[in-house]
Structures are given as structure tokens and as C-alpha cells.
Design a protein around this ligand. Sequence first.
Ligand SMILES: Cc1cc2nc3c(=O)[nH]c(=O)nc-3n(C[C@H](O)[C@H](O)[C@H](O)COP(=O)(O)OP(=O)(O)OC[C@H]3O[C@@H](n4cnc5c(N)ncnc54)[C@H](O)[C@@H]3O)c2cc1C
Length: 558
Amino acid sequence: VDGERHDFIVVGGGSAGCVVASRLSEINDWKVLLLEAGGEEPPQADVPAFIPLNWETRFDWQYQTEPEDGYCGGKSCTWNAGKVLGGGSILNGMIYNRGNARCYDKWKELGNDGWGFEDVLPYFKKSENNRDPSRAANTNYHAVGGLLNVQRFSYQDKNVQLLMDAFQELGYKDVDINGGTQTGTTLLQFTQKDGRRMSTNRAFIAPFRNKRKNLKVVTNVRVTKVLIEPNSKTAYGVEYASERHRHVTGKAYVNKEVIVSSGALKSPHVLMLSGIGPRSTLSSAGIDVIMDLPVGKNLQDHVTCVGPQLKVEGKQQTLSSNQNIIRHFREYVRNHKGPFSAPGSLQVSAYIKSRYADPAIDFPDIQYFLPSQAVFNTSTGQIRLNTPFCEYNRIYFQPSVMLEKSIGYITIRNKDPFLQPVIVPNYFKNIEDLNVIIDACNFVAKNLSNTKVLKDAGVYLDTRPLPDCAHLEFGTDDYWACLGRNYTETLHHFSGTCKMGPDSDPEAVLDPQLRVRGVKHLRVVDASIIPTLGNSNTNAPVIMIAEKASDMIKEAWQ
Ligand SMILES: Cc1cc2nc3c(=O)[nH]c(=O)nc-3n(C[C@H](O)[C@H](O)[C@H](O)COP(=O)(O)OP(=O)(O)OC[C@H]3O[C@@H](n4cnc5c(N)ncnc54)[C@H](O)[C@@H]3O)c2cc1C
């Protein structure tokens, strides 16, 4: 790669970068180079029952937040993020969720022309190959024929329908959350194909990688700097280092643009190392300032915690003997079917409203995610680690704050490109976020766990307090707040750190065409561009952003 010249260099092959590199290389005359710091997609990422298997491995950046009072028990929280071709789409829960139309209309209201829901819907549909006929039939919202397979899992255990029935007993209808109604319960759709993960690498890069001569993909290479001519402020290439042999460095050049798609935690890092960021931060790190911009501010996420747990015992538990686990695994290897082909109770989700949501409109601010757990010593609550999601006797509700009001920031420690950035999420700085957690926990403990369907099935609330909150009475608001503060979790929806906005917005790093303000031939395309985080998971929105950005870039250069 050293010394090579391409039309476009895409920095980071994650959810967004794979889409951008794929779409730009559709133009035969354009040479596209995709540089990814991580390695190739590993086969174990396929298995839906083993979603967390690659977390905290070499496929994960394993960021640590700064320890702060008030969340994560006063310690660091680990923020997982994909360091692999496919990025977050390799580590993620595969949930396909676009978010409320109002979230995108807000982007437009903020002055981002072309980003209202009606504008972005065609780009969601462009990628989509919806394989569930009942969903696909709603052609206002869904499409078939795109590169990204979206479908439900065909394997559902006995608790999946039970959980949906419980929500329905309380009046929450079974809805298509990507089809115009969010409030309700849903059997989620996933970015998967017939029981195997469909990452953006698999959907957008693999089919073309060795076929398009104009697309070059290089892994295990970390971009350490975007090269910018200081007088004209024009990006002309990148500097990189080998991940394995960091002293091996090189440069590659562009005829047209550098597109930074390194994710919301690394794109600001790359920009700052390149001289784009807050003047005071860059100066104290000894970096020459090319452009003084508020890079790294506006860090947004969806905070959640280990919430109320349901005891799923007796006939409802799904634990099997070792012999059966091996049989299920063999079945999966043979034909991608059986319990390993699905993530257990995580297939069910629901949107409800906290005290802050407008009861009159369909704009919920709480979403439940329902991961399962295997507790093998029920007196101590000891958890069986690395158990596949399909093997469980507990379901825990993640009471997720989907319209979070607290905003954090990310910055550099110094100019060493290999040092992890400083991450301060500021969870619960706005106390309303903690109240949303309380409302979400109360709903499960007081309403959902008392439904007839759950009681008839022998599924009950686990009223054993978690150790760090055992000094408080279980089920009180103080107890739930304690869970929020001490058992804090992230949904890994980091975004907003290179926010787009109109000229009038002093916080905007990018214009609505995603060009870095004041710098030519440089764009950011990934979760960092999001001005205000919507009320959904972020993979589908990021893929939409990348589809739209690719068209903008094509329009600009064709
Ligand atoms: C554990 C987890 C679970 C999640 N679950 C869901 C879910 O179920 N549904 C959902 O919709 N969303 C989910 N998300 C969120 C979603 O996957 C992310 O928002 C999305 O993948 C972000 O895409 P991105 O392109 O912005 O960044 P990424 O996908 O993180 O891509 C950035 C890429 O750039 C590379 N990179 C970084 N720095 C450099 C550099 N200097 N040089 C070269 N390459 C670099 C990285 O290695 C990475 O591959 C989850 C995320 C995680 C981590």
C-alpha cells in the first residue's frame, strides 16, 4: 500500500466503512482503498447463540471509560467496539432497528437538509433484503433485493411467545417497530441470514472483494493521521502503521477524498491526531492545529443496567445436559438450525413510555432488551459464564434509556496514536435519565411480572437483591436507582462525536454533506455524524447514513 494512489481511501471497515467502500467501488473508474485496523471476520461471529463471544478479545477495542462517581459503580465501564473487518456489525446483537421517524425529522429541524425521515427512508430500503413476508409486504417501509439480509430467527424457544403474550396482556400490541409504530412488543428482526450473522463485511464487501479490481481491502493497518496540506487545508492521503509491527509505517494518497469511518470513538481520535479538533486540546498535545472544531464533544449513548430479572425455572428453563448442548452445537454446524441458531429471549423486545414521554404520541423512550442468563447455583446467584444464549434459567430486563439527555465527551490523552482516548459518558448527569431507569424497572416488577400468563407459566420476579444494592429494600425506587448507578451497562450506541450541522451551529464538526468544516476532500461517515441520537439501536441507522453518504459522494464527483 505504501506510496499507492487511490481515488478514495476509507479509514475503517466497520458498519459504515464497508458500505461506503462497496458503493464507491461500483464505479469502475474509481480506485477505492479500505484500511481496517482489525483483522478478518472470524467464523465464530456467525453463531447467534454466542453473540458476546468476541467481546474482550482481539476483535474488540475494549475501551475503558474514566471512573466517575454516579455510574459504573464509580469504576471504569468497558465499552466494546469492533476491531475487525465489519466493525460493530461483528460484535453486535444483530438487532435491526431504525428508530422513530421523529428522530430524523429532528435532524432536519436542526438544519440538516436532506436528513428528515422521508429523505432517509429510501436509504434504509436500499440496503434491505427483508426475508419475512409479513414484514416485507409493507412496502411503504420495507424492501427486498438489497445487499443486507434482514429476517427473524426461525428458531424460537418456549419463552419467546410467552414474553410477548405478557406484554400483550398489558395492552402492548405486537408491532413492527420498523413499520411505523414503535410502542408495543415485537419479535425482532436481525441482520442475519438463515441462522448466520450478516455483518456489513459479509453483505457489502465479501461479494465483491476479489471481483472488483478497483476495490482493495487491507486489514491490520491503523491509520495514524490524515495528511492535510496546511495552506489549502486539503486532505491528500493518510499515514498508517501496521497493527502487528507498529514501527512499520507508510503513506497512501488520494486523488479525490479521504473518508473517515472509524466509529464514534476513533473518528474523533483520528481527526484530532490530524490537527482537527479543539485548539486548546491540540496545542497542549503538541499537535499543529489545522482546524479548530469541537471534535469529540456531543458523545451520546443509550445507558442501561442490569435490571429486574425473571426466574425461568421448571418447565420453562432451557438448560440442557452437556450431551444435548453438544448435539445442538453439531446441529448448528451441520445446517445452522436448532437452539444455537438464535439468541434465546433476546428475540423479544418492547417499547414503552416513561413519565417524560408524551402519552398522546407514539414516541417511546424506554426499550427493553432481554438477554438470558444461566444461574447454576441459585442460592448464591452464581452465573454460568460463556453459556450460549439459548441455555438459560433467568431473563434479565435491560431497562434502556432511549432518549438519553446526558451528554459526554471524548478526547485524546496525548499525540500517541496507539493510546486509547479519554471517554467520559456523563451518565445520569441529567437525573431524568435515572428516573427513566426507575420507571422502566417498576413496570417490569409491578406490572409485567404480575401478568397472568407469566404466573401461569411459573415465571416469577427474582426478588433477591444484587449485592451492591442489598442495603436497600428490593423493588423501591432507591433500589432501582442503585442498580442504574452500580450495574450500569451501555447499549454500545456511541455516537455524535463529529456532529453534522448547519453553518449556524457552533457545535457542528461537519456540514450536512458530512464534509469536515473548513477542510477540503475530507468527510466523516459513521455513527459520529449523528447530531441527536434516536431511540433505536444504531447499526441500521449507520448503514443508512453510509448509503446516503455514498450517493452524496458519487454526486459530488461524477
Ligand atoms: C457489543 C455491541 C452490541 C451492539 N448491538 C447492536 C444491535 O444489536 N443492533 C444495532 O443496531 N446496533 C448494535 N450495536 C451498535 C452498532 O453495531 C454500532 O453503532 C455500529 O456498528 C457503529 O458503526 P460505525 O461504522 O460507526 O463504527 P464501527 O462499526 O465501530 O467501525 C469502525 C471501524 O473502524 C476501525 N478503525 C478504528 N480506528 C481505525 C484506524 N485508526 N485505522 C483503521 N481502522 C480503524 C475499527 O476497527 C472498526 O472496524 C452494538 C455495538 C456493540 C459494540
